[in-house]
Design a protein around this ligand. Structure first.
Ligand code: FMN
Length: 311
């Protein structure tokens, strides 16, 4: 089982929300108990607030600022931390959003005060909090995605067809299983011998993708020539065919009589270039393809390219 990326990222987000939330509650307590701002050594900064609307009413002292700090940054961040601690996913979403709120708050400070290290630091903290929230949200969705071959009982009932797939996160695997279940085809998974899992695996795959390299794979354990039709399913890496599927196609050159392709990717636009590359490597022409946009397990759109559109 691969290690959870969500759990440590959620812990980091809890740290940020508690750090910002408790800091804001402390600051607001100081402002409300000493509205002159002296205890925070901020009394000399009051004149800068005169740029704000209704300054003569709201910013004669730090009472309004203290209440605003508590309501905008203090309580919301503590609420997000509490929700995460009791295991509510909403806390992760709110934790990320409150990072953005903090950045907006600091933007007002940038407008009000001369450049100062404290405002810059807190802007960076807000940015890090927002990024941590976004990553935790993505990891939670990725880890909640499950696909199980046992749910596709018709697979392997038609030995004229084969579905071949490579998949890191399982998104292409699901489409491959669905296709094999629809046609009754046998199924074969391409396995890379290089590291592809987790964050390090992502960057390693990116390196292969960027250079358009073929990634070493385990020897092909299936007799391709026995099949009348083969469906090849691949994710897109760096705008092209994934590196393990590139290796598979190189090894399978001349052995597949007829093919079609299923491409799975994050962006909405179709990636027909990957279908063309597979055709070239396999020595085929005009094989039909579908290009599917998938965002963390939600399949958003699908485009088909039929043989007639290619020739
Ligand atoms: C190294 C790497 C590069 C990627 N590059 C792209 C890209 O250029 N365009 C895109 O839409 N998706 C890109 N993706 C996203 C995958 O194509 C997408 O998440 C796909 O659904 C993954 O399928 P899988 O779970 O079967 O591996 C990339 C993914 C990786 C790992």
């Amino acid at each position: 089982m691969t290690k959870s990326r969500f759990t440590p990222t959620k812990r980091a987000l809890i740290f940020w929300t508690l750090f910002i939330g408790l800091g804001a509650v402390f600051g607001s307590y100081q402002m409300l108990t000493d509205p002159t701002g002296k205890s925070l050594q901020m009394d000399a900064m009051l004149p800068y607030f005169q740029k704000m609307p209704f300054a003569d009413v709201l910013f004669r002292d730090y009472i309004f600022s203290g209440i605003a700090l508590l309501l905008v940054n203090g309580l919301p961040n503590l609420l997000a931390a509490g929700l995460m601690i009791v295991g509510k996913k909403l806390g992760v979403l709110l934790g990320g959003i409150f990072g953005v709120t903090l950045m907006l708050w600091i933007c007002i400070q940038f407008w009000l005060f001369p450049a100062n290290p404290l405002s810059i630091s807190y802007f960076v903290f807000g940015f890090l909090q927002a990024i941590t929230g976004m990553m935790a949200w993505i990891f939670a969705k990725q880890e909640a995605f499950h696909v199980c071959q046992a749910d596709y009982p018709r697979i392997g009932t038609n030995h004229n067809r084969l579905v071949v797939f490579f998949s890191r996160m399982g998104y292409t695997r699901k489409k491959a299983l669905e296709e094999a279940d629809r046609t009754g085809a046998d199924i074969y998974e391409v396995k890379a011998t290089e590291r592809t899992e987790g964050t390090l695996g992502f960057w390693w795959c990116g390196r292969y993708g960027m250079h358009r390299w073929a990634m070493p794979i385990e020897p092909i354990g299936v007799d391709l020539s026995q099949y009348a039709h083969v469906t090849l399913c691949s994710p897109i890496w760096v705008f092209r065919l994934s590196a393990p599927m590139r290796s598979f196609c190189q090894a399978a050159s001349g052995k597949i009589r007829e093919a079609d392709y299923i491409l799975v990717h994050h962006q909405k636009e179709p990636y027909w270039c990957a279908a063309e590359e597979m055709d070239t490597l396999l020595g085929l022409t005009g094989s039909p393809a579908v290009s599917i946009c998938c965002r963390e397990g939600d399949y958003l759109s699908e485009e088909s390219r039929e043989r007639s559109q290619i020739q």
